[in-house]
Ligand binder design. Sequence first.
Ligand SMILES: [Mg+2]
Length: 342
Amino acid sequence: MSQVAGAAPSGPLIDEYDALLVDLDGVVYAGGSALPHAVEVLSAVRARGVPLAFVTNNASRTPEAVAALLESIGLAASADEVATSAQAAARLLATRFDAGAPVLVIGGEGLQQAVRAVGLRPVIEAGDRPVAVVQGYGPEVGWRDLAEAAVAVRSGAHWVATNLDLTIPSDRGILPGNGTLVAAVAAALGRQPDEIAGKPAPPLHHESVLRTGGTAPLVVGDRLDTDIAGANAVGADSLLVLTGVTGPSELVAAAAEERPTHVTEDLRGLLHPAEAVVTSAAHTRCGGWRAELEGAVVRVSGEGSPVDALRAVLPLAWKLVDAARQPELRLPAVLATWWRPR
Ligand SMILES: [Mg+2]
């Protein structure tokens, strides 16, 4: 969190950065609809001249399809602004193998296209003697594909997974994601993939940075274990928005490697100054809130916006987590409904 003792917040948060790397699900849209404020805020960021990259672990869609989806919710986007784990995986393969080398592609159209785009040759059977297997989510992937992957890897092919997300969100709820299918092959082979491209691994972050040309990017996401951990792994600043899977309760319990630089309720936080958290030995303050520590209890008092109360609590709660203690929160009743797990 920003800990600027005594300093007044100045310009909008986005002005501290030269590129914005934005996760999609839970940040820009949910269930095929734009999240409130997302379109206006990202349009405003673009109007300020800050380059955007839309960063997704989903390898099944092409960048053109993702851009079309963004257009359909009212956000202008070009395919060049979309960075997928499929593209990051293809770049990994292109650094290792010569143009024209056969690669067994297990996944959707986005992965096929990404492999072709870097000059490698997609094949569909282990009998085609692939030098590598690249495995990503695709709704048509089935047992035969996983069996081909297993045979090829056992024959010595280099194995790259686009990402290891165990689940994928859908309008029917949580469904098996690529990590679940990779785990099936890994269980059969008794080994893990050689490389991972997607968040929280660095390759997709590097792909996104290349896309924007930024040197001081801000990563925006809704998941601690992918978006925020991925930013921390490469030393980038991050913003957690509370519009997706992570709520205040999960954030309070976050391990050190999954803690964001900033937290805001939604993307509007980009256009406001970062709220300063003032810390002293005995307590922390943010906005109109004060938090203090009594043993393992974090006691909150004051008034103001709920997210400021969360900002005041986090440094104290994380101190307890670092000491392997479970933070106990004493919150005023006015925060109780806001402060619930997602
Ligand atoms: Mg997300």
